[in-house]
Design a protein around this ligand. Structure first.
Ligand code: B12
Length: 214
């Protein structure tokens, strides 16, 4: 049953069909599929397929934009259905997509799951400078600064953040967490970030581990 929903989800995103994507998401949730399973097994493979088709020149920018629109709407809908943890005791994060980068679908999923697990999150959005991230982390008294980068050309901002935190003697005050499709554990280690997460579920686990929350 759920396999059929996942297949339809992939198809609606590949076709950039907003209405059908919402219909499938609503049906999946109505049938009791876990919201995270629905996004991880259906819609994310769909947008990844779009990325592959775009990367290999079999799909063009206007189609990519339509698929992204469908993905954004579905993510919003699914995020709203996440059950929330009422205890706000798991620490505070400032998070953003780095400067020059407008990809925010994955970051928004991470934010929703963190909130659902009791974290207080200040989401600064996308295309955010390192200076602003540090400024807002200070104002928000964050424990963790999280950054998302989807372009190989914007990943450098995550390194810049580490360098600026070190230069300002703030590495002890803020932990850092990095993510985004081209980002790896190896990259995190290389630049000196405190944690890397492959997806939103792992992001919650890593954030808890950083703050030593069981
Ligand atoms: C959707 C999309 C877009 C949409 C974005 C809409 C939006 N609101 O986000 C639009 C159409 C705007 C877009 C534009 C562009 N895109 Co684009 N896009 C994609 C696509 C297909 C999917 C990205 C996505 O949403 N994935 C789904 C989410 C759920 O996955 P995710 O982002 O990886 O997030 C997960 C994890 O990484 C992790 N995570 C994410 N963030 C964080 C943060 C933290 C702190 C942690 C711990 C974890 C974490 O958890 C998330 C949930 O599981 C990718 C292909 C791909 N496979 O990545 C290309 C892709 C990233 N885009 C690409 C390109 C080239 C572009 C453009 C330059 C195209 C152009 N010619 O204009 C522009 C760039 C604009 C800019 N300056 O940023 C290339 C990048 C190539 C490269 N080497 O850098 C890709 C790889 C496509 C390709 N194969 O060529 N794009």
């Amino acid at each position: 049953m759920s396999a059929e929903i996942y297949e339809s989800a992939i198809e609606t995103i590949v076709h950039g069909d907003v209405d059908k994507a919402i219909e499938v998401a609503t049906r999946g949730l109505g049938e009791g599929i876990d919201p995270i399973d629905l996004i991880n097994n259906g819609f994310i493979p769909g947008i990844n397929k779009v990325g592959d088709l775009f990367g290999s020149g079999r799909l063009f920018l206007p189609e990519l934009v339509m698929s992204a629109n469908a993905m954004e709407r579905v993510t919003e809908l699914i995020n709203e259905s996440l059950p929330s943890d009422q205890e706000q005791t798991h620490g505070r994060l400032v998070i953003a997509t780095v400067e020059g980068d407008v990809h925010d679908i994955g970051k928004t999923i991470v934010v929703s799951l963190l909130k659902a697990n009791g974290f207080e999150v200040n989401d600064l959005g996308r295309d955010v400078s390192v200076e602003r991230l540090i400024e807002e982390a200070d104002k928000f008294d964050a424990n963790i600064i999280g950054t998302s980068a989807l372009l190989t050309t914007t990943m450098g901002a995550q390194k810049q953040l580490e360098e600026e935190l070190k230069a300002a003697d703030l590495k002890d005050r803020f932990k850092t967490m990095v993510g985004g499709a081209p980002v790896t554990q190896r990259w995190a280690k290389r630049i000196g970030a405190d944690a890397f997460a492959e997806d939103a579920i792992e992001a919650v686990k890593k954030a808890k581990a950083l703050l030593e929350i069981a």
